[in-house]
Design a protein around this ligand. Structure first.
Ligand SMILES: *Cc1c(COP(=O)(O)O)cnc(C)c1O
Length: 354
């Protein structure tokens, strides 16, 4: 037969995730750490990889890495779960807490992967859009969860792509107002230096998502983790792929996590560059940056799509949200090295004032 029947009906409206990653001289579009893992740590990681028995299945739960993360967070092994990037754990969230007849409360604009996972799993998405300044419509969220039918909520803090933290007092009110599982996506918490981890004990319905992809320079390796209560982690265990975290990633992750203090100067530099970029962006006529607690800045500019193209033509790749719902006219730039940031700022200034 040279035809094929239709795929599952929930796929019909879905578009595959496209990071819009095009080769460029300056790649400031995906919120990665601009510095690769330093040579000394890389060498240590490579010798750990050399000792991995490639013919054997990995430890399914990456227990050694799990123990390191648990210890650093004052938790027990059973309160930690590794995944093939944070993205896998987001998919597992939709599998474990979503599904047909179940509801996910989303606060757009935010990370588009959440919405896709909901559609894929037949979960109904209840959108409570952010206000014009992209802060959370707190009262609307609290009112909506009080109806009692929401199964899970994701609070992205800092939010991607808009950049700001979710107020802690709001998240605590939310946790009190509902028994829905509340995931706080802390993919960028190393840049905001804020975490809700201290509240895990008091709130069984709180789970945190973290990743090695941003502050720890391991986007290429695929490692993310959850911190949560044992009863929640147990549900995630039921849906996960048994060997999703491969042995090579586990070996590299252990070395990087043990050396995490060495990433601190780079993180501090990103935070200070963020401040400098915010000030310099705000000083360009017609450019309106939003405040950021993260390692990227969203800004509005007239003819954003054309500005994006002109930057790209000069070898500078940033993220184009100019046609995205709720983000019309916006671009997002990741904080790069000081040199990259200088080149980006100079190019943008020249384009906008031309
Ligand atoms: C980058 C990111 C993640 C996780 O990314 P992985 O590379 O899959 O670990 C999760 N949430 C948000 C909001 C992100 O930006």
């Amino acid at each position: 037969m040279n035809t094929v029947r239709k795929s599952a009906p929930q796929l019909e409206q879905l578009v595959p995730y496209d990071p819009k990653y095009l080769p460029a001289k300056i790649m400031n579009s995906a919120n990665e750490n601009p510095q690769d893992v330093e040579e000394q740590i890389k060498r240590e990681a490579m010798s750990a990889v050399r000792n991995v028995k490639l013919n054997r299945y990995p430890d399914p739960l990456a227990n050694e890495l799990r123990d390191l993360i648990a210890e650093a967070n004052g938790l027990d092994r059973n309160q930690v779960l590794l995944g093939n990037g944070g993205d896998e754990l987001l998919f597992n969230l939709a599998l474990a807490y979503g599904g047909p007849g179940r509801k996910f409360l989303n606060m757009p604009p935010t990370f588009s992967v959440y919405q896709n996972n909901a559609q894929l799993t037949g979960t109904e998405v209840v959108n409570v859009p952010r206000l014009v300044d992209y802060s959370i419509d707190e009262q609307a969220v609290l009112d909506r969860v009080s109806q009692g039918d929401i199964d899970f909520v994701i609070v992205t803090s800092p939010n991607n792509p808009t950049g700001q933290l979710a107020p802690e007092d709001f998240v605590l009110k939310l946790l009190d107002a509902t028994d829905a599982l509340v995931m706080v996506d802390e993919a960028y918490f190393e840049f905001s230096r804020t975490t809700l981890r201290p509240y895990l004990m008091q709130h069984q319905n709180l789970v945190l998502l973290r990743t090695f992809s941003k502050a720890f320079s391991l986007a290429g390796v695929r490692l993310g983790y959850l911190l949560g209560n044992e009863c929640v982690i147990r549900e995630f265990l039921k849906v996960r792929q048994p060997y999703s975290v491969d042995a090579v990633s586990q070996a590299i992750g252990k070395v990087v996590f043990q050396n995490r203090a060495k990433f601190e100067p780079g993180i501090i530099q990103i935070i200070s560059e963020r401040q400098r970029m915010l000030e310099e962006l705000a000083a360009i006529p017609g450019v309106d940056p939003y405040p950021s607690d993260s390692n990227y800045i969203l800004f509005k500019v007239a003819q954003a799509g054309q500005v994006w193209q002109q930057l790209f033509d000069q070898g500078i790749l940033i993220r184009d949200f100019s046609k995205a719902r709720y983000l019309e006219g916006s671009l997002r730039v990741s904080v790069g090295t000081p040199q990259e940031n200088d080149q980006f700022l100079a190019a943008l200034r020249q384009i906008v004032t031309a």
